[in-house]
Design a protein around this ligand. Structure first.
Ligand SMILES: C[S@@+](CC[C@H](N)C(=O)[O-])C[C@H]1O[C@@H](n2cnc3c(N)ncnc32)[C@H](O)[C@@H]1O
Length: 305
């Protein structure tokens, strides 16, 4: 849910930094982030969907809001990018990214920075990319101008996993259903109620959660923003409908249980069924329905050569 309209840009940046710093340690497990074959296949498919063709291999990539590295480490592992500078406003996220990169034996540069003021020379990168980050940035016009500035002429910008306005509204339905069905679900899987749920969770910063999201996008407005920044060939597609409804329900019911008491059997079942719904979305629904109906938007554009 977008933050209050009167929240200042400075406050939004500060809350994003604190919230994501707190979230860093448990981020990968909360969101089921995978750095193996599954994760690499997911990000390559997202990139292909955004571009409208199979990704090539870019030389210098810049990731905005890289978090723990879901997008760039998997793209590096898959060979879609050769060198990456991973940036984020939250230092804790980049520490987690570095630990993941070390474990995977991947080489990355990390830079703590706000997307609206990038500390890089003009025309330094072949591709600027990001996943689930634009909706946190207060001044998107300024950020898009920065992406354009640091890209080499002919370079590509790609963002995936950005919430659509309609998708953001329908996500409220599985969340409400999950709250209502959580006691039944906990009984069925044999997990106890999390004692701190519903209060202020010091490990995850629930109190800050409502303040970190500032946009949910209308595809037409997104197209205009990047067009005004000087980009061409803006291409926008929708992604995930059933998978997202299920994903929100899953995350919400799971967040009500004591994590150690959620059986591994359940976690495996939940992850596999989520992937199956993703396949239904991408093979049946995405090719036929307009982007604004989906929970996420993926898009690409080009800096003219
Ligand atoms: C939802 S997380 C996504 C992380 C990662 N891209 C992923 O998909 O797992 C959003 C990330 O954007 C970062 N972020 C929020 N506001 C930002 C800003 N103004 N500039 C740069 N990064 C920002 C957060 O710290 C966080 O790591």
């Amino acid at each position: 849910m977008p933050a209050a309209a009167d929240a200042s840009a400075e406050r939004i940046r500060d809350v994003n930094t604190r919230y994501h710093d707190l979230a860093a340690d448990s981020y990968d497990s909360k969101w089921g982030i995978d750095f193996g074959e599954t994760g690499r296949a997911q990000v390559t498919a997202k990139l292909a969907k955004a571009l409208g063709h199979e990704p090539g291999a870019w030389g210098d990539a810049l990731e905005i809001g890289a978090g723990t590295g879901y997008f760039c480490l998997n793209l590096l592992g898959a060979g879609a990018i050769r060198h990456v500078t991973a940036t984020d406003i939250a230092p804790g996220m980049l520490r987690a990214l570095r630990a993941n990169a070390d474990e995977l034996g991947l080489d990355v540069e990390t830079v703590v920075t706000d997307a609206e003021q990038l500390p890089f020379e003009d025309a330094s990168f072949d591709i600027v990319l990001g996943h689930a980050v634009l909706h946190h940035i207060p001044d998107l016009d300024r950020a898009a101008a920065e992406f354009h500035r640091v890209l080499r002429p002919g370079g590509t910008v790609v963002f995936c996993g950005e919430p659509s306005r309609y998708g953001d509204q329908i996500a409220a339905v599985p969340k409400r259903t999950a709250i209502a069905t959580a006691p039944l679900w906990r009984r069925a899987v044999g997990a106890g109620r999390r004692s701190d749920h519903g209060g202020s969770d010091p490990d995850y910063g629930h109190a800050l959660e409502a303040e970190v999201d500032v946009h949910a996008f209308d595809p037409k407005a997104l197209r205009l923003t990047f067009g005004h920044a000087g980009f061409e060939d803006v291409r926008i597609r929708g992604e995930e409908l059933l998978a997202n409804l299920y994903g929100w329900w899953l995350r919400t019911v799971e967040s009500t249980a004591t994590p150690e008491e959620i059986p591994q059997r359940w976690r495996v079942f939940a992850f596999r069924s989520y992937l199956s719904l993703q396949r239904v979305d991408s093979s049946i629904l995405e090719p036929h329905l307009p982007p604004e109906l989906f929970y996420n938007l993926v898009f690409s554009a080009r800096r003219p050569g």
